[in-house]
Design a protein around this ligand. Structure first.
Ligand code: ADP
Length: 226
């Protein structure tokens, strides 16, 4: 079985060659097995977002390699990376980033159309996913007509729209009040477990992290088991 994610010796600095050069990642390595849910804990500024963006093919490392679902993507062209990102990685941010002028289901349909899925199948998948997160009655609502927790649940569905190998989440419930955060996190865990997806989920919340299969800590530019 292919590993969902292999990061090997990832290095990343900002402001290369300038007095304010900052070396954020200094050889970060990790492997995530298929079906595994891994928590990522890091002090603020440690490079958590940088790492997730590199793992999610939104940014490029200075050194080291990235493999997603058994596919080496380190030296892929921009076009290949975009295609790989669309088909293999689902990303959830702290803020939902849904498109405001589109309904909940349209927000889930659009990435599927961009990936070549026929409209009927894309709509059926959007409605199925929304049903799984308890939003069957919100299919035609726009983001502004949904609560913060509901918006985030739609964002989870959008991340899973193209049946990725890997879900990357950057403090997915960090913007919600504690009670809503717990409920929405339950929904995310059920969705991930129910689809057999692998996930790397960054959180400051140790109680949430404890519910994952294992925890990685990012400190001083490297990943260690916590
Ligand atoms: P975290 O998500 O753990 O808070 P980030 O990955 O966002 O950390 O940032 C890690 C460090 O890199 C921070 O010190 C931040 O200021 C710096 N940084 C992030 N992005 C850039 C950038 N585009 N240019 C320069 N410095 C950056």
């Amino acid at each position: 079985m292919n590993k969902a994610l292999v990061l090997d010796g990832i290095e990343k600095a900002y402001n290369h060659g300038q007095p304010n050069e900052i070396s954020v990642l200094r050889g970060a390595s990790a492997e995530i097995e298929a079906g595994e849910i891994v928590g990522l804990i890091a002090p603020s500024g440690a490079g958590k977002s940088t790492l997730l963006h590199i793992a999610g093919l939104l940014d490029v490392a200075d050194r080291g390699s990235v493999e997603i679902g058994g596919q080496a993507v380190t030296r892929a062209s921009d076009r290949e990376r975009t295609a790989a990102r669309r088909g293999m990685v689902g990303f959830v941010y702290q803020f939902h980033h849904l498109l405001p002028e589109f309904s909940a289901s349209e927000n889930i349909v659009l990435p599927q159309l961009a990936h070549g899925i026929p409209a009927d199948a894309a709509q059926a998948r959007a409605e199925d996913l929304l049903g799984r997160v308890g939003l069957a009655a919100r299919v035609n609502h726009r983001p502004a007509e949904l609560s913060g927790g509901e918006q985030q649940r739609v964002a989870f569905c959008r991340a899973l729209a193209n049946q990725p190998a890997l879900l990357l989440a950057d403090e997915p419930t960090g913007n919600l009040d504690p009670a809503t955060s717990d409920t929405v996190f339950d929904v995310l865990m059920e969705l991930v477990r129910g689809t057999g997806l692998s996930a790397l989920i960054a959180t400051h919340n140790h109680a949430l992290a404890a519910r994952m299969d294992r925890i990685l800590r990012l400190e001083d530019g490297v990943l260690t088991a916590a």
